[in-house]
Design a protein around this ligand. Sequence first.
Ligand SMILES: [Zn+2]
Length: 443
Amino acid sequence: MTYAGTFNHQYARYYQPTLLELAREGNFQAIAYWLNSLLAPQGIHTQVGMTRSGRLKIQLHFPRRSSKDGVYRLRDRLVRFICYRLWTLNSSSISDVWIVAQQNGTSEVLWQQGVRIATPANERLLRTLPRVPRRRQVARYRFQVMRSLLLSSMATSGFFLGYWLFYLRVMGAEAIPQSPAAPKPTTAVVNQPNIEANQTKVQSLRRAIAPLILRPAAVKPPNQGHTVPQQYQGQVVREVVPAGHEKVVALTFDDGPWAGSTTQVLDVLKRYNIRATFFMTGMQVEKHPEIARRVVEEGHAVGNHSWNHPMTHLDPTTAAQEVNTAAQVIEQTTGVRPQLFRPPGGNLTNGLADYAKQRNQTVLMWSVDSEDYFVSAPLILDNVLRDVRPGGIVLLHDGGGDQSHTITALPQIITALKQQGYRFVTIPELLELGATPTAPSPI
Ligand SMILES: [Zn+2]
């Protein structure tokens, strides 16, 4: 039994597992390192250990300066993010997770949540965990066989009974002679060809006059944000119920124009021949006027997203300045005087939205948060598909930082929504289609 001689050192390689492989095995350090690489850019530091009851414990340390409210608000999103990441590992050594959120240097727990990560591997593991005694297993198997036999015999006899009843009914109906006083079926049969002939006539007529109807519509210049139907002026809009619940959806992009990412977004939209709406900040328009002009040249609508994206409370004068200076630079650069205003961060209470409403502008919120500022492409798509409805407004970002996730997800979003039968419209188009704004709901 000497195998030692067969081992050739010349070809020996050291095997080094990757970080993800280690994480998959449940190595705390590897999991912590991996989660840190994802969350540290958001200022969240992660520690991984084991709880007394044998669960994987993930401690999230938020920066001291972060507001407690903000930490609470991030709860669902973070839990989902972490669990999704752990799920992708498909690890059989990670199943029960306990996530705890704290502020740096404090012992106070802001929130905590236990989650079971169900991956195919874990499910198999969980299924094999309770060891059933052999005799009881046999009994259970016998019970399952008997039950399925009983069910299938019931299904078969039910089918034959139904068939027999149906047969009786048909035969009975045929046995009754048709009286001339009840000519319902005959008229239907006689009329059918006529209806069909009429329909084909109508269709050919429609086809003939289609170019005449479509021509003026094609000439009409797209509404790129100059005007808004009166019923929406000075209102907060989150989504629009289009007449007949037509499957339309509006993609909106915030925080641009941004070097690199906005042009990439425009390229994707052009490839799919889609118009969207861009909520620009005045500061960025001043930095990249040529990109702002390209947005308008390619038929997209434009809205105002303030000058400098302030999220804090502003006095009325500053709020007015924020809105007006941005509107001015957008109009000077693109020729569009924006009548749509999207408050930075969706904040409706810091004075900006109030000022825009006073000026009869439409405050445009959203009904679908893609969370593209926070999660990666598969989750962006998932978020959009989960919340989209006819008349929906999708929040995306073409600026503000690295938007590569958005650009990866965008073709997927467009393809998936097209497959579901959605048509893409700009916000002004959506407002024109809308019957009434939905009742504003608190954030
Ligand atoms: Zn923004």
